[in-house]
Design a protein around this ligand. Structure first.
Ligand SMILES: [Zn+2]
Length: 146
């Protein structure tokens, strides 16, 4: 596991899903890319099944149904499609997105540091603080400059 995967795995402990299972980690360079891939892969989609669970969830989180009805409207559901399981699932998914969004600044600052510090010019991953992956790369680079 590389440093980026480790970071995502650690972060996932605060979430309802594991980031690494949903994204192509090496393609992720910023928060927006990460969010988009997670959305495309359905990472935020939380399902509440069974009427009883749905009612309990709504009672605890949206007793007036205002927020969940707005979500259903936003997603274009017709009244005949709406039931308690759908409302609870939409709301839970929304909460999942919000939880993830709260980690935005943490993710951004990690990815910025990672981009700056973690690669040799040849593309190999290197330790923070190192400049080259190998003596060969260091020698080669010095030759280029002079
Ligand atoms: Zn190198």
């Amino acid at each position: 596991m590389n440093k980026k995967e480790e970071f995502f795995e650690e972060l996932s402990k605060q979430l309802d899903f594991s980031i690494n299972e949903y994204v192509e980690v090496e393609d992720i360079e910023d928060y927006d890319e990460l969010y988009e891939q997670l959305e495309d892969q359905g990472a935020f989609e939380q399902e509440v099944i069974y009427y009883y669970n749905a009612i309990e969830y709504l009672k605890d989180n949206d007793a007036s149904l205002q927020e969940s009805m707005e979500l259903a409207d936003e997603y274009g559901y017709a009244p005949r499609d709406i039931n308690s399981e759908l409302l609870a699932s939409l709301l839970k998914s929304q909460k999942c997105r919000e939880e993830f969004s709260e980690l935005r600044s943490e993710i951004e600052s990690f990815l910025e540091d990672y981009k700056e510090e973690s690669f040799c010019y040849c593309g190999e991953e290197i330790e923070v603080g190192e400049e080259y992956c190998s003596k060969e790369c260091a020698r080669h680079c010095e030759k280029e400059i002079t």
